[in-house]
Design a protein around this ligand. Structure first.
Ligand code: ATP
Length: 339
């Protein structure tokens, strides 16, 4: 059994006081014009105290809904949740000062400087204005603090949003897709900021649909699909348990892809080449192809990443397929995860 499969089941007796966030059996159903829609179905999430925790899954997998339930912005149908050891939403008023979150783009005054915007916010929440300089420095905006907000790049705007959450000096930071719309330089800046905050002892929960992006900064991750936990644990443990992806160069990638898929392998196109997951040994790929008159001119084993793990965990699940609706067992339970 791959290592990550062992990490999918949170220990039932884990003490929520040792965790920054914990959920058990969290569930949310939305009603829309097509009927009922299960956005989060029995989610068990454990976020350890300290470090960066990536909350990962494709678009629509239930990340935002889960975060909104934790923050009391959406009511859960069922399940339990704790933040910093306290049961929420009941204890939210007690812990709100220890949690900073960016769930939607915060509103700043475009013609005011960054410093002025934060000064206003600080006085509104009763934080001394001496904190403003410190939080601007923490996100690397101290030298641009006198510039008007409207002149900021998207990455700077996002870092200012993070600075705003730091005013209360929270223990836990929750960032929902903070790098959406940013260019590579902006993404790097946010990653650096998150790393710095975690190194200062804060816990950072960051959601993203781009697994590879968060993989570089996260200490631990939870990967969800269709509102359910697929894998969780330390990044290196999860990746270590995954099969290696193999880059395969062939003259007729279309035909080769069909052959490999018929052989039960997961195949993605990568420019002229194919990325193949699920082979126990790269030699198996060459053998299958050669049997069908396809000869490999490139074969490179690529270190598996979280993206490959996700594909492996969801292989066979069609887009939009919901285990509950289809009555199929979940990947997790098929892998022997128990609660
Ligand atoms: N208010 C709502 N009413 C109806 N359906 C909703 C509502 N909010 C979310 N959903 C649906 O619930 C599912 C989960 O959405 P959610 O936004 O939680 O996912 P996500 O993982 O955060 O996705 P993204 O990365 O796109 O933000 C989606 O299918 C979405 O369309």
């Amino acid at each position: 059994m791959p290592a990550h499969a062992q990490t999918t089941s949170p220990p039932p007796d884990v003490d929520p006081r040792s965790l920054a966030i914990s959920t058990r059996g969290l569930r949310k159903t939305y009603r829309n014009r097509h009927g009922r829609h299960v956005a989060v179905q029995g989610l068990d999430l454990d976020v350890p105290i300290g470090g960066v925790h990536g909350f990962l899954g494709p678009n629509g997998s239930g990340k935002t809904t889960s975060i909104r339930m934790l923050l009391g912005l959406v009511r859960a149908d069922s399940g339990t949740m704790t933040i910093l050891g306290q049961e929420v939403p009941r204890a939210l008023p007690d812990i709100v000062g220890r949690v900073g979150a960016i769930v939607e783009q915060p509103k700043f005054f475009p013609t005011f400087t960054a410093r002025k915007n934060l000064d206003l916010l600080a006085s509104a929440i009763g934080v001394p204005s001496s904190e403003v300089g410190m939080v601007l420095e923490a996100v690397g905006l101290d030298d641009r603090a006198g510039d008007r907000y409207k002149t900021y790049s998207l990455g700077m705007k996002q870092r200012l949003a993070i600075a705003a959450t730091l005013l209360k000096d929270p223990d836990l930071l929750i960032f929902d897709e903070p790098t959406n719309g940013l260019d590579p330089a902006g993404i790097r800046e946010i990653r650096t900021t998150m790393r710095t905050l975690a190194d200062q002892g804060k816990t950072v929960l960051v959601s993203s649909h781009i697994l590879a992006e968060v993989e570089q900064v996260a200490d631990t991750v939870s990967i969800i699909g269709h509102g359910r936990l697929l894998a969780s644990g330390r990044v290196e443990d999860i990746v270590a348990g995954s099969a290696t992806t193999v880059r395969v160069g062939v003259r007729q990638p279309g035909e080769a892809r069909e052959i490999l898929e018929r052989a039960g392998l997961t195949v993605r196109a990568d420019h002229e080449a194919l990325l193949v997951d699920g082979a126990a040994d790269p030699a198996d790929i060459t053998q299958v192809l050669a049997q069908h008159g396809q000869y490999v001119h490139e074969l490179v084993a690529i270190k598996a990443g979280l993206e490959a793990v996700f594909l492996e965990l969801t292989a066979g699940e069609g887009p939009g397929t919901r285990a509950e609706e289809s009555g199929r067992p979940t990947r997790r339970s098929r892998r022997g995860g128990s609660r």
